[in-house]
Ligand binder design. Structure first.
Ligand code: PRP
Ligand code: URA
Length: 209
């Protein structure tokens, strides 16, 4: 699993532990998703290319490092991916944000697309696709394919909790895509839910169940 990075930072692991608890309410759940996304963003961007730039400090010229080229693009998969956007934007406020609307058909578990709007210059950016849950992998594989179809080649996928089945599906379909995970869980149940997981991320974020 060469392009899979499980982020074992203690702060990330602690916050995921609280997130999983069934007694964690929507307000705290949203705050935690946001904080974990921010911590993951810090780790996942450590290999971004830098360039030298000369700036004037109050006392002298200094050669400083700046992120090279266009900055990042962030593409949350609606709706649960929205919960991770602010955490990313806190650290990379210049990132452009696109959206992909997908839901899992409850019978077939196949992704159904209902919206796609990307930044006009997405092809020139490193795109981070966000979704808290990577279960069967159907949604992630479809979202990444939509983005590739728009000419984007530098794509990363970031999720909080993944099942091995979903990780394999993304790796098989998109071996060029790095996958960042906060916790790699055991398996899926018969309804395509991650075990132990945290339940339905969208419902827990927005209190819809
Ligand atoms: C959840 C989750 C992922 C998808 C993962 O979304 O946020 O997008 O399921 O499952 P998969 O890996 O098997 O495709 P859901 O379809 O419940 O939609 P929602 O975000 O609108 O709740
Ligand atoms: N989507 C979720 O929100 N949770 C799961 O466990 C699987 C898919």
């Amino acid at each position: 699993m060469s392009n899979v990075f499980v982020m074992d930072h203690p702060l990330i692991q602690h916050k995921v532990g609280v997130l999983r608890r069934e007694e964690t309410g929507s307000k705290e759940f949203r705050e935690l998703v946001n904080e974990i996304a921010m911590l993951m963003c810090y780790e996942a961007t450590r290999n971004l290319p830098l360039r030298d730039e000369i700036v004037q400090t109050p006392v002298a010229q200094a050669t400083v490092k700046q992120i090279a080229g266009k900055n990042l693009g962030i593409v949350p998969i609606l709706r649960a991916g929205l919960g991770m956007v602010d955490g990313m934007l806190t650290l990379v406020p210049t990132a452009k944000v696109g959206h992909i609307g997908l839901y899992r058909d409850p019978e077939t578990l196949n992704p159904v697309e209902y919206y796609c709007k990307l930044p006009y210059d997405a092809a020139e950016r490193d795109i981070f696709v966000l979704d808290p849950m990577l279960a069967t992998g159907g949604s992630a594989v479809a979202a990444i394919q939509f983005i590739k179809d728009k000419g984007v080649s530098r794509i990363h996928f970031m999720c909080l909790i993944a099942a091995p089945e979903g990780v394999k599906k993304v790796q098989d379909a998109h071996p060029d895509v790095d996958i960042y995970i906060a916790a790699l869980d055991e398996r899926l149940n018969d309804h395509g839910y991650i075990i132990p997981g945290l339940g339905d991320a969208g419902d827990r974020l927005y209190g819809t169940k």
